[in-house]
Unconditional design. Structure first.
Lengths: 227, 184
């Protein structure tokens, strides 16, 4: 009995010491600090039952100058998108089809791998008329990211937000991605951008993410975000 | 008193099972906890991904995710040193038994979602500190660690335990005291 009590007492002490060390050292961890009071996983906003509208279709208008991605009829993909027509990527779903399961599940319009590739190849990303945001942490970002993508680590966003917010406000579209698969950081980053004033209509979710980009064999960029 | 201890008792008395269990379990937990501590945000995400812990209030999940790797590291160090070994082993066993079923449930979910042919085909990052692992290998590892923790908890040896330095010397048995008193 005495042994049990002594053991229980030691266990309580271990818990108390571990908690004290965890909370005190957390304050000195810089970018890796976890804000205890921050709700990192907010309840997602209710989804409109009709589903979010897919991006507007680039209907063939003989009077308008429309830039389309490679593989479609249109001007050369290497030419920068002309103004004043918005540089709108083609929809990821049939315009007349009812919203699919993906569109209903995600509260932001989706973009495909081809849309992101077109934004990079057409120079839209370099010109920041389409801003690409990488919602992953430092190490995976520096190992490789979509060319021109700015980093916005959702878990320590205060170190990255200033660098991303201004171009996001001035860009026509903001594509956000993370790893892909069941990674939800890109969705959380979209919500963060919206909370900080980026209009929802601009924000597009590249849900297939980095895994899809890497598998595709497209060019990658390495290193930190340029200052 | 049993004057002919069994085989297991004799092996235990040598102190080697206790020492090996302490070093193996403590060393492995120390390694995993340091990997978790190197990326606290990832561990927070991993804990949240189980869907078991409430996200409100956020302080609960955040504190748990912060504290757990430190608790593991502290228990590992204490175990290796042989100080409070039973408490440390009990904590470690408790964590293994608590997260084990959560691992299984999560793996079953992944198997159903990805339509994998067998349970052992499931591979995912369980948040344990060593990246993506096959579930069966992880469960076998956990079983071995649990066995090691049990050895530490129930071993009667105190071979190379730092706790010996702080143990009170035991009083001599009453019979010997009476005998020494008679011969004086």
């Amino acid at each position: 009995m005495k042994t049990v009590l002594v053991t229980a007492g030691h266990m309580v002490l271990l818990l108390v010491v571990a908690s004290a060390v965890a909370l005190s050292t957390n304050e000195f961890r810089g970018k890796k600090r976890i804000d205890i009071h921050r709700d990192f996983f907010p309840t997602k906003p209710p989804i409109d039952e009709s589903g979010p509208k897919p991006p507007p279709k680039s209907t063939p208008d003989p009077n308008a100058t429309v830039t389309t991605p490679p593989g479609h009829d249109g001007p050369s993909a290497s030419a920068p998108p002309p103004s004043p027509q918005p540089n709108v990527p083609p929809p990821t779903s049939e315009p007349n089809a009812p919203p699919g399961a993906d569109e209903k599940k995600f509260p932001y319009a989706l973009v495909s791998l081809e849309d992101v590739h077109w934004a990079v190849e057409s120079g839209a990303a370099a010109a920041q008329s389409t801003l690409i945001v990488d919602a992953r942490a430092d190490e995976p970002y520096e190992r490789g990211h979509v060319p021109g993508a700015l980093q916005l680590d959702y878990y320590s966003f205060q170190y990255y937000l200033d660098r991303v917010l201004r171009p996001a406000m001035s860009a026509e579209h903001v594509f956000v991605y993370c790893n892909g698969g069941d990674c939800e950081d890109s969705l959380l980053a979209c919500q963060l951008l919206e909370e900080h004033g980026v209009p929802k209509e601009k924000i597009r979710l590249f849900k297939d993410g980095w895994e899809a980009w890497q598998k595709s064999g497209y060019a990658i960029e390495t290193g930190k975000t340029p200052e | 008193m049993n004057s002919h201890p069994g085989l297991l008792a004799r092996i235990d008395r040598s102190g080697m099972p206790l020492l090996l269990a302490r070093l193996a379990v403590g060393g492995w937990f120390a390694y995993l906890s340091l990997r978790k501590l190197s990326n606290p945000a990832q561990f927070l995400k991993d804990v949240h991904s189980y869907g078991f812990f409430p996200t409100q209030p956020p302080e609960l999940l955040n504190t748990l995710a912060l504290m757990l790797p430190y608790l593991e590291l502290l228990c590992a160090l204490v175990l290796i040193l042989g100080l409070w070994r039973r408490a440390a082993a009990t904590m470690i066993l408790g964590m293994l038994l608590f997260f084990g079923p959560l691992l299984v449930v999560r793996a079953l979910g992944i198997q159903a979602e990805k339509h994998l042919p067998g349970f052992c085909w499931v591979k995912f990052d369980c948040g344990c500190g060593n990246g993506e692992v096959y579930i069966c290998r992880k469960l076998a590892e956990n079983a071995a660690l649990s066995l090691g923790a049990l050895v530490v908890m129930f071993s009667r040896s105190s071979f190379l335990c730092l706790g010996n330095l702080f143990a009170r010397p035991r009083a001599a048995p009453a019979r010997q005291t009476a005998l020494s008193g008679a011969s004086a």
